[in-house]
Design a protein around this ligand. Structure first.
Ligand code: G6P
Length: 614
């Protein structure tokens, strides 16, 4: 989720790189750095925003100001908290190679260990730094190789995702770039070339670009470029003409960050599970809690504290952990937990879930639990955030920066984390190896199913057009889909300002049924599981009071179309997986209703992305 820029040509590189990084700051914003090449190689990097780096760059020597080759990076931490040392570019100890990296090197700890044994000294906690030392090692072992070959050889050792740029003062006339899983674009100017992780920093200089494909490596010089596969086979590339506005590019071509983030969910699902869901080994590997797994498995009780959307994820976590691991779980609003003198002690585990890792109430709940001796564990998205730092152990969701105030992709990432945690807690205790393997297969099919749901966007927009003027809405679901009903209602109210409520469907008869008339839309989550027949009866009850029914149902369900005015069909899946799928149409429905009403979905009134006050 970091941003990459590179320049080679006839202009001074530093101001171009800094401007490019500013264009990419929406992707990540905790630290930034540049490497400049003018005979010598110089790296300048620091924690904080690009503006801070800009001020530092005023002190560059005349020689470096004149550099016409350089690379730059804006970081959104995944391994190691934001700091000067963890910022990119990373250098070898001789200081003649610099690397920037976007992505995650999954086998970095094995590689790092090997390199340390061979005498390499690491100056950061990042996974990325292994790349520069690997290149260095290969080059030392065969100095006759060129930068292109050593980079190619190094990448053969690497598992995971990367978009990288490499420069070296030994070959100062080129930038070597490569891509696998993390996008890279080459902008074609006249006597100059631009490199970036997306077109945002390029579009003001040229509209001619070449998109690298996965498994490709390019050598870019000021008078030309060559693209090859990682196996060294030259590739013919098509030059694409950009016709985008800058703003659109930052949003990846989407109208709003929220929509972009909804559509990022299949990729995020991959990222959360990458290296953790080990399908072949039939197990889950959660590095951040490994040392505490035994204590977690033997917890008397697990309490999960969170706020807002994260609290809804926690509720699904309760169902998952109790069903799979058979450990009692209690879910609390962090704001209630902190003030009610809760009964927690050394045998309990308190899990704090927070996208930002900074929510004041969740942080206070963490401190309360810690004081009472509980084992505190975090599930956060922002690396190095306060909650992540103050918890004893935890896991990052790796969902990337979430800009839209209404949380979407962070929610699905949190639920997957909880799913994986529940399976890890069940291993060797409550679930057989076959049952674990079955769940892992279900998880691995998730991104493909989510992609199919996103294809329903125009159908959902069409439904939104018919309900955009409603003043109220009711969301009903059972079991795993009860928290999804709450989340669907929250999404609608926070961005469209329509009053919406979520309920367990069976509770309808205890109050909400009084609200139902011809003007009341009722959104039922009616996937085929053990409560399906009961949900159908609830739908009948709404229909007989002339309520307008929208149903989320499984593909092939003919019965439901007889009862509901609109049906959104989603792929079949096992019960525990369903909330990860059923939430997506509800996010889209809220988004479309809100935009049709002219609301600013990325910045809804009165709301903040990170609530650091009580
Ligand atoms: C705010 C945001 C919500 C978020 C909640 C908890 O209200 O607008 O989207 O769910 O805070 O935030 P956290 O960062 O702790 O998950």
């Amino acid at each position: 989720m970091c941003g990459i820029v590179g320049y080679i040509g006839w202009r001074e590189a530093a101001p171009l790189l800094l401007k490019g990084l500013k264009r990419l700051e929406y992707r990540g914003y905790d630290s930034a750095g540049i490497a400049l090449l003018n005979h010598n190689l110089l790296v300048m990097k620091q924690k904080g925003s690009v503006s801070g780096l800009e001020i530092a760059a005023e002190e560059l020597s005349a020689d470096m100001k004149a550099a016409k080759v350089g690379i730059g990076h804006t970081r959104w931490a995944t391994h190691g908290e934001p700091s000067d040392m963890n910022a990119h570019p990373h250098q070898n100890s001789a200081g003649d190679i610099a690397v920037i990296h976007n992505g995650i090197i999954e086998n970095y700890s094995v590689l790092k260990h090997e390199l340390i044994v061979q005498g390499y000294i690491f100056s950061s906690e990042t996974d990325s730094e292994v790349l520069v030392h690997l290149i260095d090692r290969i080059w030392k072992s065969d100095p006759s190789l060129d930068l292109e070959s050593v980079t190619r050889n190094a990448l053969r050792h690497v598992d995971g995702a990367y978009g990288i740029c490499v420069i070296s003062s030994r070959e100062p006339d080129k930038i070597v770039v490569a891509r696998k899983g993390s996008p890279l674009v080459i902008g074609i100017g006249i006597g100059e070339y631009f490199i970036a992780s997306d077109a945002a920093p390029i579009v003001e200089h040229t509209n001619k670009v070449v998109y690298l494909s996965d498994g490709e490596l390019a050598v870019v010089k000021k008078d030309g470029y060559v693209v090859k596969t990682i196996e060294n086979v030259e590739q013919e590339k098509v030059i694409t003409e950009l016709d985008f506005s800058l703003e659109k590019i930052e949003k990846g071509g989407f109208e709003h960050f929220m929509l972009k983030e909804i559509f990022e969910q299949p990729a995020v699902m991959h990222d959360v599970m990458r290296g953790r869901v080990r399908l072949e080994e039939g197990r889950i590997c959660l590095g951040g809690i490994e040392d505490y797994l035994d204590r977690l498995k033997h917890a008397k009780r697990i309490v999960i504290c969170a706020c807002g959307t994260s609290w809804h994820a926690a509720l699904i976590g309760e169902y998952l952990i109790e069903e799979f691991a058979r450990i009692p779980v209690e879910v609390d609003y962090a704001s209630e937990f902190r003030y009610r003198n809760p009964i927690v002690g050394v045998d309990d585990v308190v899990i704090l879930i927070s996208q930002s890792g900074e929510t004041a109430d969740t942080l206070a709940a963490l401190r309360t639990a810690k004081e009472k001796g509980a084992l505190v564990m975090g599930i956060c998205n922002v690396v190095g955030s306060t909650i992540a730092r103050e918890t004893l152990c935890g896991m990052y969701t790796h969902a990337g920066p979430e800009v839209g105030v209404a949380s979407t992709k962070a929610f699905t990432a949190q639920v997957i984390m909880l799913y994986m945690l529940a399976l890890a807690l069940s291993r060797g205790r409550t679930l057989s190896q076959d049952e674990i393997a079955l769940n892992l297969r279900e998880l691995s099919r998730l991104p493909e199913k989510a992609t199919r749901i996103l294809e329903l966007d125009s159908q959902i927009k069409h439904i939104a057009e018919q309900f955009k003027d409603t003043r109220n809405a009711l969301y009903l679901g059972r079991g795993y889909n009860f928290p999804v009903a709450l989340e669907g209602a929250l999404k609608l109210k926070e961005i469209s300002y329509i009053h919406a409520e979520g309920y367990p469907a069976a509770e309808m008869k205890h109050g909400p049924i009084a609200l139902i008339d011809k003007d009341m839309p009722v959104i039922f989550i009616a996937t085929r599981d053990s409560t399906y027949a009961k949900i159908l009866s609830n739908i009948e009850e709404v229909r007989s009071r002339k309520g307008r029914v929208i149903a989320i149902a499984n593909e092939g369900d003919k019965e439901i179309s007889r009862l509901a005015e609109h049906v959104i069909y989603i792929p079949q899946s096992s019960g525990p997986i369903t909330p990860l799928l059923t939430v997506i149409p509800l996010q889209l429905l809220a988004y479309h209703i809100a935009t049709l009403r002219g609301c600013n979905v990325d910045r809804p009134r009165n709301l903040a992305k990170s609530v650091t006050v009580e």
